[in-house]
Design a protein around this ligand. Sequence first.
Ligand code: FE
Ligand code: FE
Ligand code: ZN
Length: 302
Amino acid sequence: MIIGSHVSFGKEGLLGSVKEAISYGANTFMFYTGAPQNTLRKPIDMKNTEEAWNLMKENNIDINTVICHAPYIVNLANNLDERKYNFSINFLAQEIKRCEEMKVKYIVLHPGSSVGIERNIALDNIAFALNEILKKDNSVQILLETMAGKGTEIGCTLEEIKYLIDHIDKKELIGVCLDTCHLNDAGYNMTEFDEFLKKFDEQIGLNYIKCVHVNDSKNELGTHKDRHANIGYGTLGFDIILNIINHPKLMNIPKILETPYIGETDDDKARIYPPYKFEIEMIRNGQFNSNMMNDIREFYHK
Ligand code: FE
Ligand code: FE
Ligand code: ZN
């Protein structure tokens, strides 16, 4: 099982991410190369990066399974503001360069939001932008994330994901990241996961799946909300998620948790404690822990 969570990329860059992942008992991780909401980026510190590679080796974390996530503000779907559109293209190209420097193979991307233009035009904008970015000589694969369909998000149906892949020139540099919360919210029933995979295989091909975001959902099927819940504490439930994680067809695919931090009490708005160590433990044990919230508070509370 290759499992980890989203981790931060702090002062120490990749080294900080690796240390955080190890503290959760993870054997992979996903990071942003800076704050996900902005595009302020520092140059990569190679000394820290080399230390990170060594620490990964010592802890059986394979760099080939590590995932980067592009910032949310990159929007390749809308080109009404040409300056913004070009900025998104250039920024993603730069992020890919940074991934290459760190020997990271995959970058997950939200395809974008159409905001005010027709969806089919938005899809063509995304495909055009991706082809521009992939023209440059590089080895990093862009993984299109399946979206919940909140607002005007593109990529919330398999048809749209297929359309994008069909229009990419360098198919070897494109892949898909499934997100279980987003799929549920988009209307794909995760209780019938075999059927979903069959459909995915027929339409797109299972070989395109390179990452799975493992999240429970706060909302019912097809609500287009995109609010993640802790594993076993949402509408999907522990068994459905465990079945996806252990699915033989997704065996060697990295599974990444992006579940919410928890507060000191159930209605505490200040979400301060990471749940990942405990969720990973629960998943490895194959046994739901109904006391997880309290275990987390006890562990981290000073
Ligand atoms: Fe995402
Ligand atoms: Fe996700
Ligand atoms: Zn989400």
